[in-house]
Design a protein around this ligand. Structure first.
Ligand code: MCN
Ligand code: CUM
Length: 777
């Protein structure tokens, strides 16, 4: 058994500072690029004069939108079937948008030369608040799109409207709440960047770039630039955090490629922190209106939701094509109810594009936040304890597999058991008693619960694709004569530890140590096609492909072992990681022995190939549905509004855990994300669209100072849809935790009659929320 708390193989290089990130790659003759960005959120470009920059002694090329237009590359497709300007030609549409690209001998010269470019802008009114985007007379942002006279992108709905409305009409109790899930940014430590090297002789383009989806990038480059796909190699080396920020193709990547083609030399472009925060994929920005219908006993009947989605200036969200709002329609959460309906309207604003990032699980973060906030609003209305309200409504184990009112098929789980464990770990009754005593003294203590269900592992190719590419993943496994193996996968780790856990999956299937398995990923020339790492799909899809390809090898090893033992394959059994004749352990052959025989002159039966390797393509039959129960305890200072997260209990169920230590690391990171979003993070803009969070002075990341010592628990509900019963977990805690923190803070503020407050619950926001309100116990 190779599952277990194995130390991460990749850490040997990371903790010695020996990782190789894009910026560590240096090629002979390499040039450096820099991007001139728009100071305006919305402005017409009157003229661009690059002559002074071109005259700079170290400058090799200056590329503008006009240059790109000549190559038909001024616009590129987004992952949502929109187009995005690579370099602006007509207008700039958000502050920080790419306007020109300078290639110079060094990074400093490239930056200096940006200052020599003269751009004349004619400023236009900007649309910053999404709620005004559809107003009559609002400035039209996307006048580049033919016939476009407004800022509307899409309307999308899911669920049964008539049935939902009927249940609302008949309901004994209904509650409604407006809430904003603010625009936030994943802010990985390593910013984005690319090193492009076009070889004019061979026609081969090599792009080093920290992409979460190397194969998808290659295919898109081939489609966009018209380059032959076999002449493109995308190498995604070590990545210093992705969190969805590194899924898409950014204008800078295309500029680096064009720069290399134009100059005939390798061109590197690396963002700085402000560029990353201002121009790359943001997350959320959902204005939500939610309603719950219930009976007086607190049995919920229906949920109704309206969302206004701010997608920025280009619709660049990344999610399966059929789902413009991602998997938001999983918002019925973990509860047994009769009907649900949601409507989502997407609009353009003068802000950076993106939308699906920051461990979003394809918008499930927004969905979980919505339903878990609504549950607390309902609990307050009914005067029922929020834990008790959830217990009354959670799906029961015998309801699985469960088809939700919006069409999801949940795979497995015992939700009440998981919530009960969390309540026990937290000492829930004692906490409530402590809270009551404190309230009597005028102190503010809050307890917040969140129960979440995610749908991860996109996805079954019959209804999931990205730009027409089905979401199946390949895997290749080769066992060398001495029994050491190389696994090649299409997904790419950004810190999740795939080199360890994927080796553990192979080790577990083949009875060899995980240390004997090398995992190759992140290089399109070396790995089979697949759609990459996001939406916590690596374990559900590539991990499943890994188990399946290892089983294929094991099956072939059986035939070889039978030849070695001069026995019929039907008489062999797999025991303790070896093939042996049934009932005779003395005949056992290890995989290493079989591998050597498979490469030897041993005579193999007709139809059995020598060597020991296999390939597979895994098309998941369904998504996997990890879930969990989180409980957060906060103390709030009524004088300053300061929130202190005192305790956080997190019970996660991600099915079978391959490496519990890595799972816990993923959960720790996600919980910190949740504290960050709930209490301190927002990408703010002034009314002209100036970005107010373009550095870590203003855009705050949580540190250990703001985080408690996490208290983790687990339950295990294997997924019947996964060969080893594993479900994804990489985004679970980010998805589940913001609601727990906000519920805790709102619970603390209950004596002021507060039922909701929007994130981020900064001291100032909390203080403003309670200011002037009477405290009533
Ligand atoms: N794992 C396990 N047992 C399970 C489930 C997962 O041992 N039952 C292990 C996996 O094998 C893998 C890790 O946990 O090593 C995460 O697996 P999975 O849930 O499949 O998620 P992905 O590998 O697909 O990672 C993507 C996910 C996403 S979408 C974001 S966003 C995010 C996250 O991972 N970005 C991260 N976690 C991150 N962690 C780090 N350090 N850096 C990021 O950028
Ligand atoms: Cu949506 S962030 Mo992750 O899926 O890479």
């Amino acid at each position: 058994m190779s599952f277990g708390r194995m130390h991460r193989k990749e850490d040997a290089r990371f903790i010695r500072g020996r990782g190789t990130y894009v910026d560590d790659v240096k090629l002979p003759g390499m040039l450096h690029g820099a991007i001139l960005r728009s100071p305006y959120a919305h402005a017409r470009i009157v003229s661009i004069d690059t002559s002074a920059a071109e005259a700079h002694p170290k400058v090799k090329a200056v590329v503008t939108g006009a240059t790109l237009a000549g190559l038909n590359l001024a616009w590129m497709p987004t992952l949502s079937n929109d187009v995005q300007a690579v370099l602006a030609t007509d207008k700039v549409r958000f502050q920080g948008q790419e306007v020109a690209f300078v290639v110079a001998e060094d990074r400093y010269a490239a930056r200096d030369a940006l200052e020599l470019i003269e751009v004349e802008y004619e400023p236009l009114d900007a649309v910053i608040d999404a709620r005004t985007a559809l107003d009559a007379g609002a400035p039209v942002i996307r006048d580049d799109l033919e016939g476009k006279a407004d800022n509307h992108i899409f309307d999308w709905q899911a669920g049964d409207r008539a049935r939902t409305d009927e249940l609302f009409e008949r309901a004994e109790v209904t509650v409604a709440q407006d809430m904003l899930y603010p625009r936030v940014h994943p802010a990985p430590l390593e910013t984005c960047g690319a090193l492009a090297d076009f070889d004019k002789v061979t026609g081969k383009l090599t792009v080093w770039c920290p992409t979460q989806a190397p194969h998808a990038h290659r295919t898109l480059y081939a489609m966009v630039a018209g380059l032959p796909e076999h002449k493109i190699r995308v190498i995604s080396p070590d990545i210093g955090g992705g969190f969805g920020n590194k899924v898409g193709i950014y204008p800078g990547y295309v500029c680096a490629i064009v720069g290399s083609i134009v100059t005939g030399r390798p061109v590197k472009w690396m963002e700085d922190r402000s560029e990353n925060l201002m121009s790359t994929s943001f997350a959320r920005d959902y204005h939500m209106h939610g309603e719950i219908a219930a009976d007086r006993d607190g049995r919920i009947k229906a949920i109704r939701v309206k969302v206004l989605a701010d997608h920025g200036a280009f619709n660049g969200t990344a999610q399966p094509t059929k789902f413009p709002a991602g998997f938001f329609h999983v918002f019925t959460g973990s509860y047994d109810l009769e009907a649900a309906h949601c409507e989502v309207t997407g609009v353009y604003t003068n802000k950076a594009p993106g939308g699906v990032a920051y461990a979003c699980s394809f918008r499930i973060t927004e969905a979980v936040y919505l339903v878990e906030r609504l549950m607390d609003v309902l609990a307050a209305e009914l005067g029922v304890d929020p834990a008790e309200l959830r217990m009354r409504n959670l799906l029961k184990p015998d309801q699985f597999p469960y088809t939700s009112p919006t069409g999801w098929e949940y795979d497995s789980g015992d939700y009440p058991k998981t919530l009960r464990l969390a309540l026990d770990m937290a000492g829930y009754d004692e906490l409530r008693a402590e809270q009551a005593a404190k309230r009597a003294r005028g102190e503010l203590m809050g307890i917040g619960i969140s129960f979440f269900t995610e749908a991860v592992g996109a996805g079954p190719r019959k209804h999931m694709d990205i730009l027409g590419l089905g979401m199946a993943d390949g895997a290749e496994l080769r066992v060398h004569p001495t029994g050491k193996a190389v696994l090649r996968v299409s997904c790419q780790s950004q810190g999740q530890g795939h080199e360890t856990t994927f080796a553990q999956i192979v080790g577990n299937e083949l009875g060899i140590p995980a240390d004997d398995v090398e995992v190759v990923h992140g290089d399109t020339d070396q790995t089979p096609f697949g759609l990459g790492t996001y939406g916590s799909r690596s374990t559900p899809v590539s991990g499943a492909a890994t188990a399946v390809v290892a089983r294929k090898v094991r099956d072939r090893a059986k035939l070889v072992a039978a030849a070695m033992l001069e026995a019929s394959p039907d008489d062999l059994e797999w025991q303790d990681g070896k093939w042996s004749v049934v009932g005779d352990p003395s005949t056992a052959k290890s995989l290493a022995e079989i591998a050597l025989a498979a490469h030897s002159n041993l005579e193999l039966p007709e139809g059995v190939e020598g060597h020991l390797d296999a390939v597979t393509v895994y098309n998941p039959p369904n998504l996997t549905y990890p879930f969990g129960a989180y409980i957060c305890v906060v103390d709030v200072d009524p004088g300053t509004g300061q929130v202190k997260v005192r305790r956080f209990v997190a019970v996660d169920d991600c099915g079978v855990r391959i490496n519990p230590m890595i799972v816990e690391g993923q959960v720790h990171g996600g919980l910190a994300d949740g504290v960050g979003m709930a209490l301190m993070q927002v990408m703010a803009f002034d009314e002209d669209g100036n970005h107010l969070g373009a550095s870590f002075m203003d855009y705050l990341l949580p540190t250990s100072m703001e985080c408690p010592s996490w208290e983790l628990g687990e339950t295990v509900s294997p997924s019947p849809f996964h060969p080893i019963g594993a479900k994804g977990v990489g985004e679970s805690a980010t998805v589940g935790s913001p609601a727990a923190v906000v519920n805790a803070v709102v619970d603390a503020l209950a004596p002021y009659g507060i039922r909701h407050a929007d994130m981020p619950l900064t001291p100032a926001n909390v203080w403003r929320t309670i200011d002037g309100r009477p405290f009533r116990t």
